[in-house]
Design a binder for this molecule. Structure first.
Ligand code: MN
Length: 206
């Protein structure tokens, strides 16, 4: 690909889902995935492309758009849509059919070094997800050499504060309301037990 920005007209694209829209059922229904991916996620990508069309930002990788616009006056809408586009792609990859279970050994050892047990780590993820006030995200991150649980509001993403995301759980109401209504804790615990993709988290350690 050319580095000449005048020749680069590719907008940000909506990545394919890594599985069929019914592959996460019954924990997350095909109906939820269809709206979440096909309306919400796609909407963030489309809005971003409209907002940056014809500007310098149009030629930057998505992560760069996020780090260039975070906290900048007048760039809030671009940041929000760029970060939400990134967060959702990361979320779909943080889940998989027949997920849950045990992490790969290299990740499990790091988790036990930081939380003492896998169950303690899962409990901290669940607590962060259920106590996030309003919309946001819960993350397992690598911060230096330590694994931590952090939560962010709205579109915020830990890459803007130098942490390396390993996996995420979307706790915006649109992620669970069709299936769980107000029962966010049931959604989070079902995801952690049945869908969380520890292999993806382990790949992100590298
Ligand atoms: Mn979402």
């Amino acid at each position: 690909m050319s580095n000449n920005k005048n020749e680069s007209t590719s907008p940000n694209v909506l990545p394919s889902l890594p599985y069929a829209d019914n592959a996460l059922a019954p924990v997350i229904s095909a109906n939820t995935v269809a709206f979440h991916y096909g309306k919400h996620h796609m909407g963030y990508v489309d809005n971003l492309n409209k907002l940056i069309a014809g500007t310098e930002l149009a030629y930057l990788p998505l992560e760069k758009i996020i780090t260039e616009t975070t906290g900048k006056v007048g760039k809030t809408a671009i940041f929000n849509n760029a970060a939400q586009a990134w967060n959702h792609t990361f979320y779909w990859r943080s889940l998989r059919p027949k997920g849950g279970g045990e992490p790969p050994a290299v990740l499990k050892q790091k988790i036990e070094a930081s939380f003492s047990t896998l169950d303690a780590c899962k409990k901290e993820l669940a607590t962060a997800a259920t106590t996030q006030f309003g919309s946001g995200w819960t993350w397992l991150v690598l911060d230096g050499n330590k694994i931590k649980v952090v939560k962010t509001s709205n579109a915020d993403v830990p890459i803007t504060t130098g942490m390396k995301p390993l996996l995420t759980i979307d706790v915006w109401e649109h992620a669970y309301y069709l299936d769980y209504q107000n029962r966010r804790a049931d959604y989070v615990n079902a995801v952690l037990d049945n869908l969380i993709n520890w292999d993806f988290a382990a790949e992100n350690l590298a």
